[in-house]
Design a protein around this ligand. Sequence first.
Ligand code: ADP
Ligand code: MG
Length: 254
Amino acid sequence: MSTPVLEIHGVHKSFGTLDVLRGIDLTAQAGTVTVILGPSGSGKSTLLRSINHLEKVDRGRVRLDGELIGYRQAGGKLHELGERHILEQRARIGFVFQNFNLFPHLTALENVAEAPIAALKKPKTQVYDHARELLARVGLADKTDVYPRQLSGGQQQRVAIARALALEPRLILFDEPTSALDPELVGEVLDVLRDLAAAGTTMIVVTHEIGFAREAADTVIFMDEGRIVEQGPPAQVLDHPRHERTQSFLSKVL
Ligand code: ADP
Ligand code: MG
């Protein structure tokens, strides 16, 4: 099998005396969708943040396309990479947050174009053309010159997705992308996620949207108390969960 896009091995993370991640192993092959479910406080966001080194793990390794994230190995020891190198690695991993996190003083188009202009030093006309294409792809061709405050939550989240795509990442992490939205706006964002999945984007999605998990996921992971309790194809984990904790969680969200 080819090198996985993402390989997480033996990851531990504590905050003080609180063990938030207690030995996480996870592999994502190119073009696959992994949905992570789990109760609040189980460590889902910390896991996503550990993938792109926003959190430094205490133990374990994260690899993107086989390359160690955040560290280089020399003489049997790990040395943390410099800030520039970490930012360069982070540019290969898109991140979409619950609360969109758009720049309020930039238009939709400028939000999407900002990172490629700053990071890649590409010609502006080329970046803006690509940004327009990406906004069209998420159904916002007519909103290029609008500021975030003039957009609905669903539209803001679609801008955030276009922005994540702008650096042509190898992997996109979604942390509860629809949790902050009014119910009637959830569908338009999930539609964009489905389109990305169908186009072969490698995605890790933390969500409570079980219907989306059922349709779009290749693998569903159930996390509890910093561990992966159960993982497998949606039909297995969602319809025939083996663990009592998975069953109990699903009975509450379904
Ligand atoms: P989830 O996303 O599954 O709800 P989180 O990863 O956000 O869980 O949090 C897991 C646990 O770690 C929670 O108890 C949370 O309060 C704690 N935690 C997260 N980030 C920090 C931090 N920076 N400092 C201290 N505790 C934290
Ligand atoms: Mg979270």
